[in-house]
Design a protein around this ligand. Structure first.
Ligand SMILES: Cc1ncc(COP(=O)(O)O)c(C=O)c1O
Length: 404
């Protein structure tokens, strides 16, 4: 099984800034610039503020160049969605815990997860998935989280339309889990990029209701992901407001302070610590063609409901070969990716410097979430280059520079 997406990272190359990256490499392939210090600052904020266990959602960015700084900053628990992610975490961080929280798995996956990788924590939203877990694992020593549907009205991306049991089903599932000798627990996802902490309060009320109706004892409530990144133009409350809302529902609700809280942040931990340096490859009037696009790092921006702006800087090589940031007047462009497909076009226009031309670079900030994780190799254009920015002492202390 191939565990790690192929990346081009030269561990001996360290850069002091994005400008330094462009100056040194003049990258003509899309390049992710990872800033371990920023990643680690987010982890620290989350670990200090969240009143429970923090499980990083590996799906959001599974690159080891990103995972290693998270681990170095103290992440020891991972929300995994597939055997591939389980294997990655088990091999790279043998002392960490992994929780298989996707509510269904391919045939045979529960057995492999349980027997080969020692996974004991699973999520379900149907009786079929519950049966499959018991059939494939034998059922010894399990904690099974019932995934509840919650309203996702305050989020950019709905995560309750595909998954999530209604209250009646959740009550039945909790009772069956307890009756079959496993530990019942609860989980939900308020939707990704959720801009209202009250969404967690409302979801907590559903947890309380189904627990009371099921009349079972709940040891763990996993509040999922959804914690936002402060993209430009958004309305993003500080993470602390979310932590307070979650702590309040624990104190107010029937669970009492003894219940363990889990969170599965993805975007909030990694978005800000990675930017993307893309290059202009063609311009036709206000149509701009980049070396990365809808089938690559910008796939999430094109999803239904997405309204994501990135902080942007443009760079150009001047006549004497120096790299300079430039701005000046802006204009709205229709942006295309590099493939032969007409669908490789970004939704909505982007406002960028008016005099962009072939060879210029654009740094898109806050690109750490669902970028390389979604990108495809369509037409051979998989974005796969990563570089690390930070001073060598910091990088060594963080243990982040790794050969792949
Ligand atoms: C089960 C689960 N947990 C956590 C996450 C991470 O969510 P976010 O990136 O919004 O924090 C996701 C995202 O799809 C998910 O499906």
């Amino acid at each position: 099984m191939s565990l790690v997406p192929a990346t081009h990272l030269d561990p001996s190359r360290r850069f002091s800034s994005v400008e330094h990256v462009i100056e040194s490499l003049r990258p003509n392939a899309p390049t992710y610039v990872v800033q371990p210090k920023l990643l680690q600052a987010k982890v620290t904020e989350f670990l200090r503020g969240f009143p429970g266990w923090t499980l990083y959602a590996v799906k959001c960015n599974p690159s080891t160049v990103v995972l290693d700084p998270l681990y170095a900053a103290g992440i020891r628990d991972f929300d995994v969605a597939s055997l591939e992610e389980v294997a990655l975490i088990r091999q790279r961080y043998p002392d960490a815990s992994a929780y298989l929280m996707a509510p269904f798995q391919p045939v045979g996956a529960y057995e492999t997860a349980y027997r080969e990788f020692g996974i004991r924590d699973f999520a379900v939203d149907t009786e079929d998935a519950l049966d499959a877990i018991f059939d494939e694992t034998g059922g010894e020593g399990l904690t099974i989280f019932v995934r509840l549907a919650t309203d996702n009205d305050d989020a950019m991306f709905d995560l309750s339309s595909k998954f999530g049991a209604d209250r009646k089903t959740a009550v039945r599932l909790l009772q069956q889990i307890a009756a079959r000798g496993a530990m019942p627990a609860l989980t939900f996802h308020v939707g990704s990029q959720c801009e209202d902490p009250a969404a967690f309060t409302r979801a907590g009320e559903i947890c309380e209701d189904v627990t009371r109706q099921a009349n079972v004892s709940i040891q763990t409530v996993d509040v999922g992901g959804g914690f936002p990144c402060p993209y430009p133009g958004g309305q993003t409350p500080p993470l602390d407001d979310y932590f307070k809302a979650i702590e309040a529902f624990r104190e107010k609700q029937m669970f009492g302070p003894a219940v363990d809280l889990f969170a599965e942040p993805g975007r909030a931990l990694v978005a800000e610590g990675v930017s993307l340096v893309a290059q202009v490859i063609l311009r036709k009037g206000n149509q701009l063609y980049l070396n990365d696009g809808a089938y690559g790092s910008f796939m999430e921006r094109n999803l239904e409901g997405a309204a994501i702006n990135y902080p942007i800087r443009a760079f150009r090589e001047n006549a004497t070969g120096e790299i300079r940031a430039f701005n000046g007047p802006t204009t709205d462009y229709t942006v295309f990716g590099p493939t032969c497909d007409s669908c490789d076009q970004l939704n909505d226009t982007m406002t960028l410097p008016a005099d962009l031309k072939r060879g210029d670079w654009i740094e898109f900030g806050m690109m750490g979430a669902y970028s390389n994780a979604y990108a495809s190799n369509f037409n051979g254009y998989l974005p796969k280059s990563f570089v690390v920015v930070g001073d060598p002492e910091e990088l060594d202390a963080a243990g982040t520079v790794v050969a792949l």
